[in-house]
Design a protein around this ligand. Structure first.
Ligand SMILES: NC(=O)c1ccc[n+]([C@@H]2O[C@H](COP(=O)([O-])OP(=O)(O)OC[C@H]3O[C@@H](n4cnc5c(N)ncnc54)[C@H](OP(=O)(O)O)[C@@H]3O)[C@@H](O)[C@H]2O)c1
Length: 312
């Protein structure tokens, strides 16, 4: 378990000497283009140094614009931030991986990535339509490519120095194991939903034993209420330690050894979500004893993400 004196500064080492990931990450799944720009700029200014993007969020240009302006204004070097983006399901065919990667990099206006993730283990029909469906609305999957085929194309991006680390998202333990065992370059990071209602303890243990960073999305349960933000155990601890429920949930996530992503849209929220302090051991144990179990995002079942900006 990581218990640094200042949780906000926690940086988690990546395998293969690929540097460190700041544990507190800013997620860019924001539907509105203008809000994407202000929220990204505010997050950088508040102190976030880890930015999570995706081809599927359709706002890499806005994130890149805000990052470049923020780095220049704040005198911050590119090497001082950690940037991730993700390969979408329609680009799993090996010959589509590098073009998709380069297109993301171009939209972000960067010349390398710290981390590139396979967004979900589901391959969709290749093409420009991100959400291919048949006439009855069923997702069109691509049965002609395996996750390992896609992984090998990701490995070649690392070989050529285009990105420092590669990983997977929305993956369960069995799929992770099969890639982990076959991979020449082992996954450095997995990004999955995790919070006290979905602790994913077995997956986290595997990651710790094998040097894979466990990066939690929805550490606040996507902000859905009722949910972890309103859980009576969390609220009581928050009152006791003089923090907000969000800060308690984020501290718990970092202290159990995960990195995390949140999406504050205002500077005040960004500062709140960074301003976390270590919880006492008894509080961590109380949170670990919460019995409620709930998954808020169904993406792991179909590859179709909820919470996607529509219509841009
Ligand atoms: N790999 C995947 O499939 C996947 C799926 C989903 C998300 N992600 C990544 O994970 C990132 C994080 O997403 P998330 O939904 O987990 O973000 P989150 O910040 O944990 O949850 C967002 C919700 O929490 C609320 N919130 C944020 N800070 C709060 C605070 N201090 N107090 C109370 N409410 C607060 C927000 O409210 P407001 O609306 O009022 O701001 C919003 O409704 C995304 O941006 C994306 O990068 C990845």
């Amino acid at each position: 378990m990581i218990e640094p004196s200042d949780l906000r500064m926690t940086r988690i080492p990546l395998n293969h000497g690929a540097g460190h990931m700041p544990a507190l990450g800013f997620g860019t799944l924001i539907p509105d283009a203008a809000v994407t720009i202000t929220a990204t700029r505010d997050a950088l200014e508040a102190g976030f140094r880890h930015f999570d993007c995706a081809e599927r969020y359709r706002n890499e240009r806005e994130v890149g614009e805000a990052l470049r302006a923020g780095l220049a204004a704040g005198g911050i070097a590119r090497e001082d931030i950690f940037v991730t983006t993700k390969l979408w399901n329609t680009n799993h065919r090996p010959e589509r991986v590098e073009p998709a990667f380069e297109a993301s990099l171009d939209r972000l206006g960067l010349n390398y990535l710290d981390l590139y993730l396979i967004h979900t283990p589901f391959a969709f029909q290749p093409g420009d339509e991100q959400d291919p469906r048949d006439q009855t609305g069923n997702v069109l999957y691509d049965r002609g490519v395996t996750l390992l085929d896609t992984w090998e194309a990701m490995e070649s991006l690392v070989d050529r120095g285009r990105c420092r680390a590669i990983g997977l998202s929305d993956i369960g333990l069995n799929e992770l194991l099969s890639i982990y065992e076959s991979a020449r370059i082992k996954p450095a990071v997995i990004q999955v939903e995790a919070h006290p209602y979905l602790p994913e303890t077995e997956l986290l243990e595997f990651c710790k034993e094998n040097g894979v960073v466990f990066l939690a999305f929805a550490p606040l349960g996507h902000g859905i209420r009722p949910g972890p933000l309103e859980d009576p155990v969390i609220s009581a601890i928050a009152a006791r330690v003089g923090k907000t429920s969000a800060q308690v949930l984020l501290a718990w996530a970092v202290q159990r050894g995960t990195a995390l992503l949140t999406t504050p849209r205002t500077e005040a929220r960004a500062r709140e979500n960074l301003n976390i302090s270590a919880l006492p051991e008894d509080a961590l144990e109380e949170i670990n004893r919460i019995q409620t179990r709930q998954r808020f995002n169904e993406v792991v079942k179909t590859g179709s993400p909820g919470f996607i900006p529509r219509g841009r």
